[in-house]
Design a protein around this ligand. Sequence first.
Ligand SMILES: Nc1nc2c(c(=O)[nH]1)N[C@H]1C(S)=C(S)[C@@H](COP(=O)(O)OP(=O)(O)OC[C@H]3O[C@@H](n4cnc5c(N)ncnc54)[C@H](O)[C@@H]3O)O[C@H]1N2
Ligand code: MOO
Length: 405
Amino acid sequence: MPQSFENARALILAHIAPLTGETVPLLDAVGRVLEREFAAPYDLPRFANSAMDGYALRAADARPGARLRVTGYIPAGGRAEPAVAVGCAVRIMTGAPIPPGGDTVIPVEETDGGLAEVVLQGSATPGDHIRRRGEDISTGSLVLAAGTLLRPAEISLLASCGRTRVSVHRRPKVAILSTGDELVEPGTELSPETIVDSNSWALAAAVREVGAEPALLGIARDNHASLREKLRLGLTADALITSAGVSAGDRDLVREVLEELGVRPLFWKIDIKPGRPTAFGLAGKIPVFSLPGNPVSSLLTFDTFVRPALLKMLGHRQVLRPLLQATLQAPVAKKAGRVHFLRVRVGRVNGHLTAISAGDQNTGILSTLLHANGVAVLPAERENFAAGETVDIHLFEPELAPAEA
Ligand SMILES: Nc1nc2c(c(=O)[nH]1)N[C@H]1C(S)=C(S)[C@@H](COP(=O)(O)OP(=O)(O)OC[C@H]3O[C@@H](n4cnc5c(N)ncnc54)[C@H](O)[C@@H]3O)O[C@H]1N2
Ligand code: MOO
């Protein structure tokens, strides 16, 4: 029984858990996911300091035209002295500690800039241009939850808190195996009947893009011995992806050998197009994804089923691509029965997303994928979609949002 698209994805995700943590140098943590919540070890700022280059003084002394004696100078990194006496001011730089007695800072451009004496242009309120101790983050507050994606801002915070290493979810090592007697490595001499193995490279690139570590196993031939040898090795990784050899062809042995090696099959067909012959199984906790051989199908099924699983292993909480709505620019027809993933070109008109087929939707046509920046997800039971209709889409690179057409 083929699985529905939704069931298949839910079933996969239900069997995937985030990997355990490892401690890595701070810079290597960018793009990774924090394993344990992080509490601030001290206040930030750690001490009250000036937000401006200017003069620290008592707000009570600040009046337009007031002339104050300048009794000292505190650069950033300098000590908080001398104290500010009544009727006096201390020159202070941005980031320098506020000296005792000072309760406000007047920026230099609101004064005559004097070195021995300073004349003020205006008045001031206590606290002006002072960054209070702990105003940003206070000691012990839970600033980063477990599962936080570490971006430069989080790295900044961790560095401010003195961390040089951080515990993040381990990256899954993902074994990738292409299968087929017709396949040869790229760069080798070609005979008329051979097909260059592109799936290994495409899938490895997709694995790496997600942030996991691809391990290429090469090509297994369509026989038990070759598959057994390569698949056994693949099952030592954190996840295994195979391509081809899972449809109805009489040499589609992948499933058979996987079962022989102890992989428990959960399903082997999904009601989607492309990608119907997609299988999923488990070797203990190791997920095994058997993707269709057609290069377009293997990439689209990776994106739909494997990518979310790997993101979950990496500790991400948001693992599915956001579902957006776009207006079809031309009619589309499909047969009822399966969810179709239509490779589309998504654009933007007056702020609204539009989608149009990116070309020939035959699964043999990779160039359509080259022109696509998203897929439209067309529901199983529907057949005809009119121009102007709204459809669900996923964008491949949301950050490269389509420009206004
Ligand atoms: N009787 C049936 N025939 C087919 C069915 C079916 O349900 N019943 N499904 C079709 C669909 S849809 C697809 S997709 C393919 C998937 O079959 P397999 O996953 O078993 O893959 P193969 O038949 O071995 O290969 C399909 C196609 O892709 C090329 N290929 C395979 N591996 C690679 C690779 N690593 N790099 C580049 N290209 C690769 C292969 O040479 C074939 O041209 O089955 C249909 N048939
Ligand atoms: O399911 Mo196949 O993957 O349509 O090309």
